[in-house]
Design a protein around this ligand. Sequence first.
Ligand code: SF4
Length: 228
Amino acid sequence: MSKRAAKRVSKRDLPAHAARVWEALAAAHPDAHCELAHRNAFELLCATILSAQCTDKRVNLTTPALFAAYPDAHALAAADVADVERLVQPTGFYRNKARNLIGMARGLVDRHGGEVPRTMDELVLLPGVGRKTANVILGNAYGINAGVTVDTHVHRLSRRLGLARGDDPVAIEQELIPLFPRDDWAMLSHRLIFHGRRVCDARTPRCGACTLADVCPSSLRADDGAGA
Ligand code: SF4
């Protein structure tokens, strides 16, 4: 895909543009949802830590054995790191991830009675948990829209769709927040991620089959040159 920048949407037109994008995304992916398998906040936290640089599909193949061996924070906090490394090895970066999982579980036990906290400030103090992971937990496990989860798909699509110009996830999140109602923030991430995985691929976006092409300033269909 060309690195040429997406056509700019003027600041004045941005709210109306965002509303049109939202309408098209909702029509394309009405049932978008978190694709990491989990039964509770603890499992989602483990799965999200494992999802760094790994597909959700691979994480979902890995977590059943992990959750069977360590069903809660107390069990994981007492785990042997070599045992956890062996279980999470297929997700890559397994030494770091195993250390973060055990450190996170110890943080839950030491500071939160083994429960996953419900605030951004508390979550980001846990090992392996940044703002992105905290947004995933708050939005999906607790229904709290504290921010917008900006992963690689949200990052790429926000720029291609002309919703954001920033280059880092924190800047992009701050651009998205005023454009969408708070109640929609979690679903906005889900729909952008669904669209990124199924249609707007990083290297080969399928603009010809994309139902957002009419509202997308990067559409190859419109000008034969898509953006960043
Ligand atoms: S039109 Fe192309 S660049 Fe725009 S969202 Fe669709 S696939 Fe992505």
